[in-house]
Design a protein around this ligand. Structure first.
Ligand code: SF4
Ligand code: SF4
Length: 120
């Protein structure tokens, strides 16, 4: 999902939140640099994500913060859970809405800010 913050894993399970999975949103410039072929694959080597050919934008910076959106095969729309959480790709593991070094706002406030940041 979203901006990559290595080693700052999202508290998704604790927060019962799947905001970043539905849809997955990847910064457009990062996506162009990465290339669609390098997106995560399932255990059979097939693409895990399907490009929705749609964008979401940051409310504050819609011109510069533009995100390509994807559906994930492992997202269960009925439960809102990942069907293979233990084996989720690094992209998912390294996405977080929370910076544990940030002292000005609580984790809950950071989480709220994050999910309110986008026009979906
Ligand atoms: S918004 Fe935060 S808690 Fe929700 S899925 Fe994304 S990283 Fe996880
Ligand atoms: S693999 Fe799991 S955690 Fe990653 S986007 Fe798909 S449903 Fe979400």
């Amino acid at each position: 999902m979203l901006e990559n913050k290595p080693n700052k894993h999202g508290p998704c399970k604790d927060k019962k939140c799947s905001f970043c999975c539905n849809p997955i949103a990847i910064n457009h410039r990062a996506f162009i640099a990465l290339g669609e072929d390098n997106l995560p694959k399932d255990k059979d080597g097939n693409p895990l994500f399907t490009n929705k050919k749609e964008f979401i934008f940051s409310k504050d910076n819609p011109d510069t913060e533009k995100f390509q959106t994807f559906e994930c095969k492992n997202f269960d729309k009925d439960t809102g859970l990942c069907k293979d959480y233990e084996n989720r790709p690094d992209l998912c593991r390294n996405t977080s809405c929370i910076d544990s070094n940030q002292k000005e706002k609580s984790e809950d406030e950071q989480h709220e800010d994050f999910i309110n940041k986008f026009e979906k």
